[in-house]
Ligand binder design. Structure first.
Ligand code: PLP
Length: 372
């Protein structure tokens, strides 16, 4: 077998040749939708902090206070001594916002999916996933050892036909989708999928990562989400019935065998969720800003805070991103395998902090250079 470095070098060279090499670029996020890269200040149109809550003084103050009161870390798994009293408040707020009996907080959205899905289905069961579901959902379904089948994006007819064909041959059945698709910004027909689930004796799981705080959906029996996007902090959650949560506390490995969140992170999230609950005008802004952008491009109104501008090849996406950066905007190119080959794109994510003039300027740049 070739040496480890030899294998790595060959694989990296292949990725570089295909314009698919990824790298970590140092980026310091400031408040006000701004980031700093290589000493240069840019307007970020790539962050998921849709409401600017990561820098909200009330959120930051709550984190400071918890840090002073309770220290830097949780010290153990939630099942041991890491279930800080602050969790109860955050989970009550999340359940209230999601319209469920209870909620359960995990270390991240990724960990929530990895914990929830294999706790509910296993060998002999069936998972039907929208083709564009997030990697964490697909990885979780594979980990579960259930049969994984994929239906075409937002295609209820295809989903129903898979249910008719595959459902009778399996034990339990879980349908899963995102509420707002992270790379496309469109929304799933959640109510209709919930109807299909009921009709075919299946459960529906949604991942509301990009919905909560912008255009959340509450129609699914099992609602996963994250505290790292509109909530502005870190962590993940699942909201559902009291029995579901009790089961997950017994079963979910990514809850049981990992350390609890730092108290400061929980305190920050609780205040951020209260702001989402109490400030509907703030919650409306990301979508309004996204619609300023789609209007300037002459497109259909945005369905969420995310608007993709598909440019085709990975190379072209890199060029478009570099052009915007020259003009003071940070818009990260999204390339395969995050999106299908030939659909490399700039993924614009609008926040409450952006101003319409800058948004119009970015749109004009894309139009004048033939990217949109
Ligand atoms: C971002 C994202 C996640 C991961 O959430 P983290 O809290 O960042 O781990 C999971 N699912 C979807 C759909 C996402 O967009």
């Amino acid at each position: 077998m070739p040496g480890l470095d030899e294998v790595a070098i060959a694989r990296l060279a292949r990725a570089r040749d295909a314009h698919l090499l990824r790298s970590l670029r140092e980026t310091a996020r400031r408040g006000g939708g701004l980031v700093e890269r290589l000493g240069k200040e840019l307007i970020s149109l790539s962050c998921n902090d849709y409401l600017g809550l990561a820098h909200d003084p009330r959120v930051v103050a709550a984190a400071h206070q918890a840090l002073d009161d309770y220290g830097a870390g949780a010290g153990a798994s939630r099942l041991v001594t890491g279930s800080h009293p602050l969790y109860a408040r955050l989970e009550r707020l999340l359940a209230e916002l999601k319209g469920t009996e209870r909620a359960l907080v995990f270390g991240s959205g990724f960990l929530a999916n990895l914990g929830v899905i294999p706790s509910l289905v296993g060998a002999g069961d069936l998972v039907l996933a929208d083709r564009l579901c997030h990697a964490s959902m697909i990885d979780a379904a594979r980990m579960s050892r259930a049969t994984l089948d994929v239906f075409d994006h937002n295609d209820l007819v295809h989903c129903a036909s898979l249910l008719r064909r595959e459902r009778p041959r399996h034990g339990r059945c879980l349908i899963m989708t995102e509420t707002v698709f992270s790379m496309d910004g469109d929304r799933a027909p959640v109510e209709e999928l919930a109807g299909l689930a009921r009709a075919h004796d299946a459960w529906l799981l949604t991942d509301d990562a990009h919905g909560l705080g912008v255009c959340s959906s509450r129609a699914a029996e099992i609602q996963v989400g994250t505290l790292s996007k509109a909530v502005g902090g870190y962590g993940g959650y699942v909201a559902g019935s009291a029995c579901l949560i009790e089961l997950l506390i017994q079963k979910a490995h990514t809850l049981i065998y990992t350390t609890g969140l730092p108290p400061a992170t929980i305190a920050a999230a609780a205040v951020a969720v209260e702001i989402i609950r109490d400030e509907p005008e703030l919650v409306r802004k990301p979508l309004e800003n996204a619609r300023v952008f789609t209007a300037a491009l002459g497109r259909r109104p945005a369905e969420s805070a995310i608007v993709p501008v598909v440019v085709g090849t990975a190379e072209r996406a890199l060029e478009a991103s570099a052009l915007l950066e020259e003009h003071g905007f940070l818009v990260v190119p999204i390339r395969p395998p995050s999106v299908p080959a030939g659909t490399a794109r700039l993924r614009f994510a609008f926040s409450a902090e952006h101003d319409p003039e800058s948004i119009a300027r970015a749109a004009a740049l894309l139009l004048s250079h033939g990217y949109a």
